[in-house]
Ligand binder design. Structure first.
Ligand SMILES: Cc1cc2nc3c(=O)[nH]c(=O)nc-3n(C[C@H](O)[C@H](O)[C@H](O)COP(=O)(O)OP(=O)(O)OC[C@H]3O[C@@H](n4cnc5c(N)ncnc54)[C@H](O)[C@@H]3O)c2cc1C
Length: 406
């Protein structure tokens, strides 16, 4: 028997796969006697663009969510068809979801709202995924911020230390955050061998933790960690205001940039066989675990786009296929930052040196020992390029299009 009907509200789970402190879900349970949760399998999963690691993680999260809903006398229904088809066919008292801000998602949600509206079904959406929404922080003239520092200044002024929790469903907030890591974050975040970042990227991608609870916990003990959460909001609003960034460089000049795009070199980069130890260690960590330390992400991205002169979009795509914490806005924003094509970008002449980065951030080679044992076993290949020469070529190629001027 179908669990749906005119007396039942549907809560549409998307990037908020938890029952605790979930804004839209709290509203649904408050207002309706009967609530059914649906999860519509994203098209990238059905098109088999998810790798095995990503699928397993998502499956685990959905299993947990199913149990949580059962405990609340509700249920989770997994839908294997496009959102518009599902909502065209279903009956409901109301359809509720939490907002997302990516171009395709916004388009999908507008379409679904229109379909429901036509059928006379009320729909309602809530802010939940970010701390401050794209429209909440604008310049005085109403235009969006393109540079992080002024954005973050206004963000800090606007954020209220009393963000409301939606704890009606479960009375006590009970997620355990890595407090030790948060306390020492500023001192240890860049020491890649120590592996002391929060690893909350995946949980934030699928919303298994509440961003508000994370903010409340970290605000008093780690301003530098909060700064990372601001970067997350910053990139979300950037893609929201400049949706064309998802396919093209923000700085238009780069549309005509002559990338080398050597497929063999790209394959070396993907497989972690460039002969540059820290780059290779990072790429192997990514392949094996679906995670890479932020410092090494910056290095591998700079290396691909500048030293190998490969279109940053190739690397962006590889990260999207392999990162468990893949997020379109953060991935695109960070790639465009590293490649120098973004609005708030690393200057084109800032090219990360793999050997200096290694000395600085993995001085006792802990990270290397873990992810690149072949380096210590005499089985490691020679560099695929001459680093110094590649740097000079990149500098002159980038300088020739005067990238600092948008
Ligand atoms: C080329 C490149 C691609 C990236 N792709 C992604 C991506 O697809 N998804 C993603 O969430 N992050 C991405 N990042 C940002 C950052 O590397 C990861 O968020 C971080 O490494 C995740 O590990 P963590 O949870 O231990 O981070 P922590 O250091 O513990 O930070 C906590 C949280 O803050 C947020 N955060 C931290 N740094 C950034 C940042 N620079 N930009 C945006 N948010 C940030 C993330 O939500 C992160 O989980 C990318 C960075 C680079 C340089």
């Amino acid at each position: 028997m179908t669990p749906f009907g005119a007396q039942t509200a549907i809560f549409w789970f998307r990037r908020d796969l938890r029952t605790n402190d979930n804004t839209g879900l709290a509203y649904a349970f408050q207002k309706h006697q009967k609530v059914v949760g649906v999860f519509i399998v994203p098209p990238e999963v059905s098109k088999r663009n998810f790798n095995a690691l990503q699928l397993r993680q998502l499956q685990n999260v959905l299993d947990k969510l199913r149990q949580e809903l059962k405990d609340l006398d509700s249920e989770l229904v997994i839908i294997q068809q496009p959102a518009h088809q599902f909502f065209e066919a279903v009956q409901a008292a109301e359809v509720i979801w939490n907002k997302e801000y990516e171009p395709k998602t916004l388009h999908r949600d507008h379409a679904v709202s229109a379909i429901l509206n036509q059928k006379g079904i009320h729909s309602r959406s809530f802010k939940d995924h970010v701390l401050l929404e794209p429209e909440e922080i604008l310049k005085k003239d109403g235009s969006p911020y393109r540079v992080f520092t002024p954005y973050s200044r206004v963000w800090k002024q606007k954020i209220s230390s009393n963000l409301l929790f939606n704890s009606e469903i479960q009375s006590k907030y009970n997620t355990e955050f890595p407090l030790g890591i948060l306390r020492n974050y500023q001192e240890t975040k860049d020491q890649i061998g120590l592996d002391k970042t929060s690893k909350l990227g995946f949980a934030l991608r699928f919303g298994t933790v509440s961003i508000r609870a994370l903010y409340q916990t970290s605000a008093t003990i780690s301003p530098s960690f909060v700064n990372q959460l601001i970067w997350r909001d910053f990139f979300t609003q950037l893609l929201y205001h400049f949706p064309q960034n998802s396919d093209a460089p923000y700085r238009k000049k780069f549309e005509w940039f002559e990338w080398d795009n050597n497929p063999e070199r790209f394959e070396h980069w993907c497989q972690g066989t460039t002969g540059f130890p820290l780059v290779d260690a990072g790429m192997r960590q990514l392949r094996e675990t679906g995670f890479m330390h932020n410092r090494v992400r910056m290095l591998t991205a700079s290396f691909l786009s500048k030293n190998l002169l490969i279109d940053y979009r190739w690397g962006e795509q590889w990260f999207a296929q392999n990162l468990l914490d893949f997020d379109l806005a953060s991935n695109n924003g960070n790639w465009q930052w590293a490649a120098g094509t973004g609005c708030d970008a690393a200057p084109y002449f800032r090219i990360f040196s793999p050997s200096l980065q290694l000395k600085k951030f993995d001085p006792d080679l802990k990270y290397l020992k873990k992810w690149l044992p072949s380096f210590f076993e005499g089985k490691y290949g020679a560099p695929i390029i001459d680093y110094k020469a590649s740097r000079e070529i990149a500098l002159s190629k980038y300088a020739s299009i005067n990238p600092q001027i948008a």
